[in-house]
Design a protein around this ligand. Structure first.
Ligand SMILES: O=C(O)CCC(=O)/C=C/C=C(\O)C(=O)O
Ligand SMILES: [Fe+2]
Length: 328
């Protein structure tokens, strides 16, 4: 199948707590390049791996992986609400194949998604409905998490499921590198927050959502000003991860235990599982090459922010090649 990959960080703070104009423009340029690449590739199907942040998935039933046969954006952080254009038949086919290959995943006919899915869609397509999509949720925040290697197994199985599909397929991974924004954790959350991590967190009122989101913005401002006791970003670790994914050396990442990710990259570094899955799906189609790689630590967004584009090595001759950012 003709295939390409875009993996990108997301951050709910984009537009709400921006870095300098220079850095904002730099990122805008990188995302414009990614959008131009995608426009040229003209995908007929997007398969997106992304996490959730207690907007769609709660502790009433928290699967490690879930494929959406229909999906709806909850509209967090000012993003649009509405249905995604899910390719239901493809979702069931991929789900059945992945299960047959021995990777367990749930299926949802009513998947609620947040900025984890919505931002990359908007970065690359401007709207929620521009392109048929199969959304695949990977739990990256709600402990206990399985080993990172399992997200590689998921990605490999999805890649195998797609191998005979003749459509142009864009694989997308959505999540940060090192980062530790204030996403609550069951282990140490206050009782009223624990309530929110259970089913009762679903469909908050406008006021409840605004209060919660204001807290995140306030925390990011304090973090960027050096005031808060949050974990620093880790560009060295981010480079290791980007190098490993660029070279296809997955073992450098997935053979580590979950504590390594938290120690090196903070709790939300588990979001890199979405990239691991997307890259593993790509690697199943043969050798690949990263064509473009951007990285910059952006504290205002609580993110080691990166965007990469990769294609099968055979497609490289047609590539736009660029490397931007501060760490390569
Ligand atoms: O909104 C909340 O309840 C907690 C804050 C939150 O979800 C932050 C998410 C940040 C990212 O998605 C990220 O940096 O990857
Ligand atoms: Fe996130």
């Amino acid at each position: 199948m003709p295939v390409a990959l875009v993996a990108t960080s997301h951050s709910p703070l984009i537009g709400l707590n921006d870095p300098t104009t220079e850095i904002r423009d730099e990122v805008r340029g990188v995302l414009d390049d990614a959008r131009a690449f995608v426009r040229d590739f003209d995908p007929e199907l997007v398969v997106m791996f992304a996490p959730d942040h207690y907007n769609g998935f709660f502790y009433d039933m928290m699967p490690p992986f879930c494929i959406g046969a229909s999906a709806h954006s909850v509209g967090d952080y000012g993003l649009p609400t509405g249905d995604l254009s899910v390719d239901k038949a493809a979702a069931y086919d991929i789900g059945a194949s992945v299960l047959a290959q021995g990777v367990d995943l749930a299926i949802s006919e009513d998947m609620q998604v947040d900025h984890g899915f919505v931002q990359p869609l908007l970065f690359l397509f401007d709207t929620l409905q521009s392109v048929p999509i199969v959304p695949i949720f990977i739990n990256c925040v709600a402990s206990p998490l399985g080993p990172a290697r399992r997200s590689m197994d998921l990605g490999s199985a999805v890649g195998a499921a797609l191998a005979d599909d003749d459509r142009r397929i864009l694989l997308v991974g959505s999540g940060g590198l090192s980062h530790d924004p204030p996403v609550p954790r069951m282990e140490d959350a206050a009782p009223e927050v624990i309530e929110r991590l259970l089913l009762r967190g679903r469909n908050p009122s406008t006021e409840q959502r605004a209060t919660r989101e204001e807290k995140t913005v306030k925390a990011a401002r304090a973090y960027a000003a050096g005031e808060a006791g949050y974990r620093e970003l880790n560009p060295e670790w981010d480079k290791l991860v980007l190098d490993a994914l660029s070279s296809g050396d997955f073992a450098r990442i997935v053979d580590h235990d979950n504590d390594w990710f938290v120690r090196e990259g903070g709790h939300s570094s588990h979001e890199i599982r979405t990239w691991i899955a997307a890259y593993a799906a790509l690697s199943g189609q043969g050798p690949y090459q990263v064509q473009s790689r951007y990285y910059r630590p952006i504290k205002e967004w609580f993110a080691g922010f990166s965007t990469t584009i990769a294609t099968p090595a055979s497609a490289l001759a047609h590539a736009r090649v660029s490397n931007k950012g501060v760490v390569r």
